[in-house]
Design a protein around this ligand. Structure first.
Ligand code: G3H
Ligand code: ZN
Length: 281
């Protein structure tokens, strides 16, 4: 069944838990994650990034339609969310198409400009009932425009949430986007300080590079939304590579996409359980 990211994240945050959010590139990503959510009996967020829309030549409507159809047919609650949107035109298109939550990413801007742009977008979104995630203190690894090792300051985060009115906040606490090895070490004391300072749910980006134990600790320390992208792509590409290496005659893409989808489902199911396990004290 379709639900909203706002309701899932709010419910998780209110009870000291977290919800996993997976990035969708192909229809197989959406199918795999939804199957994993059904298999584990856990709700999930399917998120579509501005970069994914660009890959599909700007056709957000098509990507949304396919993803929404998969979500609607699910036995468990599945929400759709727009991720890392810097282009305000895309944000408006998404909201017009029925998207109910967005991450507006102005994190590459200096603090004052990030506040100004985010406050404006948030006021606009709230007037349409749309839930907003923003980012303060750039999480590394995206488009090369980042300061490695940067951390979000709790006092600045509190001031940012107050000044912008955002509903949730992505923070820099040691993770980095697009890591293919799970070697990230998070600053759990900082997560706890941020959680106490801001009041709104915190979002962990770049979670693919974070080991299971660190993910559990991050949720225990106050992370309420765990964003995962690259881990699915590792599973997808590894499965395709293995199939092609073993079967030089294959032509029908369904032969290897079936395996890619199954591999993504297994990865998503594992991570859904890790994020949910952290709910237990
Ligand atoms: O917004 C998306 C996430 O931050 C994904 O990061 O691909 O490193 O898991 P990841
Ligand atoms: Zn991210």
């Amino acid at each position: 069944t379709a639900t909203t990211a706002a309701s899932l994240v709010r419910a998780a945050h209110a009870t000291g838990r977290a919800v996993a959010a997976f990035n969708v590139i192909t229809l197989e990503h959406a199918e795999a994650v939804t199957a994993a959510a059904e298999r584990t009996g856990l709700p999930v967020i399917l998120q579509i990034s501005e970069n994914a829309v660009r890959f599909h030549e700007g056709r957000l409507d098509g990507v949304l339609a396919g993803t929404a159809a998969v979500a609607a047919a699910s036995d468990v609650p599945v929400a759709l969310h727009l991720d890392h949107v810097a282009d305000e035109a895309l944000l408006r298109t998404g909201v017009a198409a029925g998207v109910t939550s967005v991450m507006f990413d102005a994190s590459a801007l200096p603090y004052e400009e990030n506040v100004r742009a985010t406050a404006q977008v948030t006021a606009w979104a709230h007037s349409r009932g749309v839930w907003v995630e923003a980012e303060l203190g750039e999480v590394g690894g995206k488009d090369g425009a980042h300061a490695p090792g940067v951390r979000t300051d709790p006092a600045e985060a509190a001031a940012f949430v107050e000044a912008t009115g955002v509903d949730s906040l992505a923070v820099a606490v040691g993770s980095s986007h697009a890591m293919t090895e799970r070697t990230a070490r998070l600053d759990h004391a900082l997560i706890a300080r941020l959680s106490a300072a801001v009041g709104v749910p915190l979002v962990l980006h770049g979670s693919s590079g974070v080991p299971d134990t660190e993910l559990r600790q991050a949720v225990a320390a106050g992370m309420a939304k765990i964003n995962i992208g690259t881990a699915l792509n590792i599973a997808f590409t590894t499965a395709v590579r293995e199939h092609l290496a073993a079967d030089a005659a294959v032509v029908d893409p369904r032969r290897y996409l079936r395996q890619a989808r199954a591999a993504m489902e297994a990865t998503a199911a594992h991570l859904l359980r890790v994020v949910a396990e952290a709910q237990e004290p």
